[in-house]
Design a protein. Sequence first.
Lengths: 179, 230
Amino acid sequence: MTTKTFLHGKPIDDVVEVHEHVSPAAAYYKVLGALFVLTGLTYAVSFADLGPASLTVAMVVAFAKATLVAMYFMHLKYDDRFHVFVFLSTVIFVGIFFLFTLFDLGSRTRLNEEQGTFFRVNNGKDWSESQRTNMAEWQAKQKAEAEAKAKGDAKGEGKAAGAAPDAKGDAAKAPAKAP
Amino acid sequence: MSSTHAHGPKPPHAFFQHHYDTVEQQAGAAKLGMWVFLATEILMFSGLFLAYFIVRAFYPEMVLGSHELLSKTMGGINTVVLLTSSFTMAMAVRSAQVGDTPGIVRNLYMTIGCALIFMVVKYFEYTGKFSHGIFPGKYFDYERAAAYAAEHGHELVGMPHIFFGVYFTMTGLHGVHVLAGIIVLTWILRRAQKGHFGPQYFTPVENVGLYWHIVDLVWIFLFPLLYLVK
């Protein structure tokens, strides 16, 4: 007499067999072909000037490729659903990680402004020369510098005016521009 | 394992461990463990991807100016090589599922071959960058890198050493994973040659395969973000 064996809540008749879906070889060839086509597509698109849309296009294609690899090469399509759950919950947590960090960084300038938070700027030089400032002071200074520069070369490279207003990035920009 | 009855129950495979009820339960436990490990791998790489997106969001011109120095063709070749190796890996697992041992060995040789090609291409990419003063972080030689960029009609903007710090960390960590992949692939190749794997037992082939596909997945995102995106 044998006792009944259960796996994933279902009775198992045959305890020494592994029952896994075996995809036909042709399926793998097709997936490889699709992956090559998609790679060629992103490569070709990268030479076209799409501007900011290029990130979206590249990411859509990358997600399509990742889905193909995960579903067919990693067998998620035919696998125990719990593995899909592990994989997708990881992706969701990565999404939360990205979203919250970028929210925080995106809103930090405004919060610094509101609260008058002090911080140090070093203008790309040694940190011993850094100055204590807050957002309002710093932006006023940037604006004044930009105006002074615009007046200075009024004949116009048009470069100074474009460089100044973006408050976030320019603090430490241009360390030693190559001569 | 001889059974006294000619028609007795078939014995489980030689690697069946007594604390499991069924062969399938043993395979399932190993695979779930592998998936949990892969989850930690994804989370580890996600930190670097986030670093990339932050640098890109704050200093778009710097990223766009610097990435022009990376060779799209080299990156493209490596993408094709890695996708092919993922395919041969999937075929190796399939060969194990259908009990074709020469097929496992052949496909594993091809997978390891592709992994080695990938590392050779990476070696030429890295040394090419180093020879023009493009090092990560504080070792970045701005004058030489700017001269090199000017030769190719590009301009370095802002702090390219930050971009290349991100580039070398991301591709470097990925390269370490490829090297680790070569080691574990060689291990299961040796076991396949000893005839350990068949339709009843192919868990090591399958789990190494899953690891190898994750390495491929990471590259699928690295390639467009670092080399292609404008």
